[in-house]
Each structure stands twice: as C-alpha cells, then as structure tokens.
Design a protein around this ligand. Structure first.
Ligand code: SF4
Length: 374
C-alpha cells in the first residue's frame, strides 16, 4: 500500500474511535469530505458567508450570504471529513491547507472555530496550514498560532490604504493589519503581505506605500493576485464612485449575470514584484509557495523561478515510484515527462477520483505540479 494512504487509513480509524456515530455522519455528509483540491490546496471553511462586504468580493455572486455564521463541524469532525475525502493526503508533506476563502476566518463569529480547526489539524494531521485575514491579531493570538503550528503561513490582506473605507467598509483599517504583521513577526512567524486583488486604476499610486509599510512592520514576503469582477462588483464600484475605466479596459469581456471574469494584471504584478524584491521581500507568484516556504519546504517551481529560500530540497522525481502509485490506484501510466517545474503524465483510464488522488500524491511526494493527459 502507498504509505501516504496507509497513514490516512490509520488516522481515519483513530479518529473514528473518538467520534460519536452522529459526529461521524455529520462529517461524512459535509462538503469537506468531497471537495477537490484547489491550486492553493484544500480550502477549509471556518464560517459560512461574510459580513465584511468588501466591494470587490464575489462571494455574494457565488450564493453566499453577507452575514456570517460559524461552520457547523467541530475540529475533530473536520479532521474526520478530510480523512474521508478521497483526494486528501495527510501529513506534514501532505496536501496544503488554505483557510480563509469565502469567509473571514478571524471575524468575531468565526475566530474560535478557526483556532479550533488549526489546533485539530496540527494535532491529528500535521498538514501545512495557511490562512488569510483582514482582522487584527493580537500578540496573544500570534503566540497561540506559533505554539500550535510554528510554520503556519499567515497572509495579511491589504490592498489599499487610501480607498479602504470604500472598498472594505467593515474591515479593520489597514493600520491595524500592519500591526498584525508586526505582532506575528515578533511572535516568530513569517507574515506575508497578501495583495489580492490587485485593482487597476488604484494600485498604481499605492503599491509603493503598501510595500514600504509592510517591510517596516516585518513582512517576510508578498503574494499578489488578480481581481475578478462580476456585474454586481462593477455596479458597487460605480455606486461608491470608485474608478472602473482601467478595470473594464483590461477585462476580456463584460461579465453576464453572476459570471466571474478575471482581469489581466500581469504587468502590474510584475511591477509590484520588482519593487517588493528591491525592498528585500520574497515574492511568491502563488500562495501555495508561501505556505511551503513558511513550513521550511521548497517546490521545484520555486527553484525554477530562482526563489532563494531556505528549506528542504524537494526529492527528484522518481518515475518508478510514479508508475507504482498509478498501478496501485488502478491507472496505467503510459508516459512521464519531467519538465522541471512540473510534470506531464499520460494515464489510462482517466477515472476522475483516482486521477485526482494520483495527481495529489505525486504533487505532495515530489513537490511538483502535475498535468494529467489522456
Ligand atoms: S473579507 Fe473576504 S470573504 Fe469577506 S467580504 Fe471581504 S473579500 Fe469577501
């Protein structure tokens, strides 16, 4: 048996023994037991909906509410849901965990749940955890996080100073978030400035100030990401007299209904990256790299990009092992092409569940992105 899957089965049995039947059923019926990994890892929801109502946020268009409630699973139930997820790989070299999508994990309503999930994942699974937040984290919070997962990857979202009141009316002001960076750094963590979304028309005048302040407060690095728009986001920008011309000029099309359209900000991202690196920050083109970095690990893409960070060098792709993983999962691996930062693998049959697990196993074991072909 593949050792990652043996570990998963052992852990699953262990957790099964400490949960009631009702709790087990609750976990098995939960979406975390079925969710596929995203490029940033497994997204964990510690709440449902979000009351911060950021003007650029698309969760309303995804059907989530602008009010927030705590996620119904407790920490151990969440762990059990993940151990029953067919795609999840447990362990410190396992699937990456990302907390903070579609809700604010440190909102007053969700923060206890978030801390509980971080504790349970660290205690039972050991997977690398990352979170993103706009809330203020005190020194005490930072010390607790450090004690629970010394490698935890904190992404502190700050996308504007000047327009914060119009863009993030219910979030703590950027000054408090810079203070969060300071508190995390002083507790021995590696806080990262999360500049997502990059808003064209606004960011050009602000990124220098954002990066300078992040450096002054102790940020280790920067992750930047693009804006996605929907019709309602554009309407909200207009109603708050925020400029939309630059956004629309970069949009490949005008979104219809609840459709999300990505705005091309590649040039701005490069400009931001250049300045961040000049100021001594590490620039991570993808959030998952920051998660690996704070946990002392490196992937092949980071090496290819010349990201000079300390960490365990990833193992060289062993094709025999890849063939064996495929065979164990009932897949025939026809061809493997190691492209350096990623690997192309041709498999048959393309069974959705096993192929996704196969891809996740190869990615976790060799720290290399995987592209599956028929
Ligand atoms: S904090 Fe995040 S989830 Fe909440 S409204 Fe703002 S962007 Fe959306």
């Amino acid at each position: 048996m593949i050792y990652e899957l043996r570990l998963k089965e052992e852990l699953r049995r262990k957790i099964e023994d400490i949960l009631s039947r009702e709790s087990r059923e609750k976990a098995l019926n939960d979406h975390h037991s079925r969710r596929k990994p995203r490029p940033c890892g497994f997204t964990i929801h510690t709440g449902i909906g979000c009351s911060l109502q950021c003007t650029y946020c698309y969760i309303g268009d995804m059907g989530f509410s602008w009010s927030i409630r705590e996620y119904p699973l407790n920490g151990v139930e969440l762990v059990y849901a993940l151990l029953n997820n067919p795609y999840f790989v447990p362990g410190e070299n396992g699937s990456l965990i990302a907390i903070g999508s579609v809700t604010e994990p440190f909102h007053g309503v969700t923060r206890t749940r978030t801390l509980e999930y971080i504790e349970s994942i660290s205690k039972y699974l050991g997977n690398p955890i990352q979170f993103s937040t706009k809330m203020y984290l005190t020194r005490k919070d930072a010390l607790f996080l450090r004690k629970t997962d010394p490698g935890i990857s904190p992404l502190i979202t700050i996308v504007t100073i000047k327009y914060a009141e119009r863009l993030e009316p219910y979030a703590p002001p950027p000054s408090k978030r810079f203070k969060t960076i300071k508190n995390l750094r002083e507790a021995g963590l590696k806080p990262i400035l999360f500049l997502r979304p990059i808003i064209p028309g606004l960011i050009e005048d602000e990124y220098i100030e954002l990066i300078d302040q992040a450096v002054d407060h102790g940020a280790h690095g920067l992750v930047a990401g693009s804006l996605r728009i929907t019709r309602s986001i554009i309407e909200r920008f207009k109603s708050k007299r925020l400029p939309v011309r630059e956004i629309l000029e970069r949009a490949p099309c005008i979104p219809k209904g609840r459709e999300q359209v990505s705005i091309d900000t590649g040039d701005l991202k490069r400009e931001i990256a250049r300045y961040a690196m000049r100021k001594g920050l590490l620039f991570f083109p993808e959030a998952c790299m920051a998660n690996l970095y704070t946990h002392g690990r490196i992937c092949w893409k980071m090496i290819k990009l010349g990201l000079r960070v300390l960490g365990d060098k990833p193992p060289v792709l062993n094709k025999n092992e890849v063939f064996k993983i495929g065979q164990y999962l009932g897949l025939t691996v026809d061809r493997i092409r190691d492209r350096g930062s990623y690997v192309d693998i041709w498999v048959k049959p393309v069974d959705r569940v096993n192929t996704t697990l196969f891809s996740e196993l190869v990615k976790c074991r060799f720290k290399k992105c995987v592209r599956i072909h028929k």
